[in-house]
Design a protein around this ligand. Sequence first.
Ligand code: ZN
Length: 275
Amino acid sequence: MATDRLAGDEGLFFANLTFADVQRMLDDPRPVVLLLPVGSTEPHGPHSPLATDPIISTAMCLRVARALREDPEVQVSILPDVSYGVTRFTAAWPGHIHIEEETLLAFLGDICVSLAEQGLPHVVFVNNHFEPAHVRTLHRAMDAVEERTGNVVGYLDLTRKRRAAELTDEVREGGSHAGQYETSIVLAARPGLVDEEAMRSLPPAPKNLAAEIAAGCKDFVAMGLPDAYNGTPAEATAAEGEQSLAALERMLTAQVRDLAAGRGGRDKPGLYFRV
Ligand SMILES: [Zn+2]
């Protein structure tokens, strides 16, 4: 593994390895934990890219994989991301790509089963798309994998109260879609992809997404969010994004260690901050 070819971040991505590299991981006594970035390709305001959610997921994975690169207890690698999700809330704007629940369920299940069959049982879904039907499908997929393989799939459920408590006010106050929280992380992880001129001109759109979901709203238009964002994206900064990523890294690292050690690593559903 310690060749120049894999020395930088490139070496942290599973699909950049050769089969010989993977064999070396399997021969190493330390358990392998594979991080699967999950998100949705969908509108995120007039300022943030369609890939906002998978960008956040991949940025979290990269930080954890870097931090654990020479870890004595665990080997970590990042799988090719699943950048399509159950996405109905943003159907009013161009650029959304929706896949049905059963499609996502089968796809995620097959990935985990295929890996388990070759001695790679530890996968973590690292998700940042919080549409209820999508999150429910992820939990169904984790249940199905456990049933088919006996393996726990790791998961950090950021819709849980105690998880949101580690993040920003905007998240705690009901969630962020292309708001200050999400936009800040994109500014930190992929500077250049945010249209900062558009971002600075956006008026605040305070809206508790969890409450709107609880009230039965089925999309962002019904929630009174005509530009596919909530919160205060104009206030976003890369510095805030770095802080959020540091908190996400701490939480995900703990899940990775717990999963590798066989003592958990999967959060129960947070039900939009009700638990
Ligand atoms: Zn998002």
